[in-house]
Design a protein around this ligand. Structure first.
Ligand code: PLP
Length: 382
């Protein structure tokens, strides 16, 4: 089947962008693990698209095609992790460049970018980008080459106005990069809102089964010079995803819209339950009317507000750890976006970044929501 450009994301995902396996007729793409591809007696490649595994693999190409379609992007590139995607992006910056970075985002991103910018003599300005005025002055004062934001942010669940960030970035001739991991391309197509590049940790909801590490960058205009630089970096420096991981991603993505729909519905109910619980101080979730970014999120997200939330237990760090310790169903583990619900005491990981010691981050899965609420309710009764 040839997919036309107005095919809906649910169909693109379910049918792996419409591909059948040419050689076998299978409705599932084949997995070709070969690292090298043969030539004939005249030295011509048997398949002109495939030379060597670092640059060419059919499963990687197909996974990228599906992701580009889901993002309404011109092109997409996969990496062996979300951090590898971010690193490939920032390695294109020359020494002495400028970066505006949202503060309070995924700690791994902040930590790596800080170290990298220091080593390369790159001027780094960290700003609370959910405040439009602060973001605007950071862009005006620092003349950045890259503006990097994350929405909704992890673990604060701040909402960033992508269209506004795009206008700020444009005035500085900067590239706007949006980490949309918590939103997924199903809930927010960041490129449609004005981002130049959207990034995801595909380890999270895009794969959704907690069994693949992967990252992706997708671009609106593939003629931007930075895209050629990123491609060259991936190829030459070798941060390429394995064929099996790409194949698993294709499999995982078939149910992405379905999983995101269910996870978002579960999360909304859980957020409302937690907000009304006597032992919960506050809940950070963009789907709640009490959330400062709710109106913006309602405009920028479609079909739900995602699977990620944080809540503050009424009490001390010890009380929060007691709640985590009492969980029976929800696993105590880091990461997010999988079919199974996970809970994490973030302060255990980040002690110096201002995370409240009584904050718990919850990634809501696709289980029966009554079971999840029951588990939280018994754990919170102290
Ligand atoms: C997990 C995560 C990353 C890093 O991705 P990895 O696949 O773990 O390298 C980046 N951004 C956000 C928002 C994340 O949750």
């Amino acid at each position: 089947m040839k997919m036309t450009s107005n095919i809906k994301p649910d169909t693109i995902a379910a049918q792996a962008a419409g591909h059948l396996d040419g050689a076998s007729g299978g409705v599932v793409p084949s997995l070709q693990p070969s690292t090298t591809f043969a030539r004939d007696e005249n030295n011509a490649l048997l398949n002109s698209e495939n030379i060597y595994g670092r640059d060419n693999n059919d499963a990687v190409r197909l996974a990228e095609e599906i992701l580009a379609k889901l993002e309404n992007a011109k092109d997409a590139l996969l990496f062996p992790s979300g951090m590898a995607a971010i690193a490939a992006l920032f390695r294109t910056l020359p020494n002495g460049a400028g970066v505006v970075l949202q503060s309070g985002i995924y700690w791994g991103t902040t930590h790596w970018i800080r170290t990298f910018c220091e080593r390369r003599n790159i001027k780094l300005s960290e700003v609370e980008a959910s405040d439009n005025a602060l973001l605007q002055s950071a862009c005006e004062e620092n003349n950045p080459d890259i503006v990097f934001v994350e929405t909704p942010s992890n673990p604060w669940l701040k909402t960033i106005d992508i269209a506004f960030a795009s206008s700020c970035a444009k005035k500085s001739n900067a590239i706007l990069v949006v980490d949309g991991t918590a939103a997924t391309p199903i809930l927010t197509r960041a490129l449609d809102h004005g981002a130049d590049i959207v990034m995801h940790s595909a380890t999270k909801a895009i794969n959704g089964h907690s069994d693949v590490l992967a990252g992706v960058l997708a671009i609106k205009n593939e003629d931007l010079p930075i895209w050629a630089d990123i491609k060259a970096d991936r190829h030459d420096a070798g941060a390429i995803i394995g064929a099996f991981e790409a194949w698993l991603l294709i499999r995982g993505m078939r149910t992405l819209p379905l999983r995101v729909e269910r996870m978002s519905r579960n999360a909304q109910q859980i957020a409302e339950f937690l907000e009304s619980h006597a032992n919960v101080e506050s809940v950070l979730y963009p789907g709640l009317e009490s959330h400062e970014g709710h109106a913006l999120a309602a405009k920028q997200m479609q079909g739900g507000f995602g699977s990620l939330m944080s809540f503050l237990v009424k009490g001390s760090e010890a009380d929060a750890l007691k709640v985590v310790g009492k969980m029976q169903l929800i696993h105590r583990a880091t990461s997010l976006g999988g079919v199974e619900s996970l809970i994490e005491h973030r302060f255990t990981i980040e002690t110096e970044t201002g995370i409240p010691p009584n904050l718990l981050r919850l990634s809501v899965g696709i289980e029966a929501v009554s079971d999840l609420i029951g588990d939280l309710d018994q754990a919170l009764s102290f």
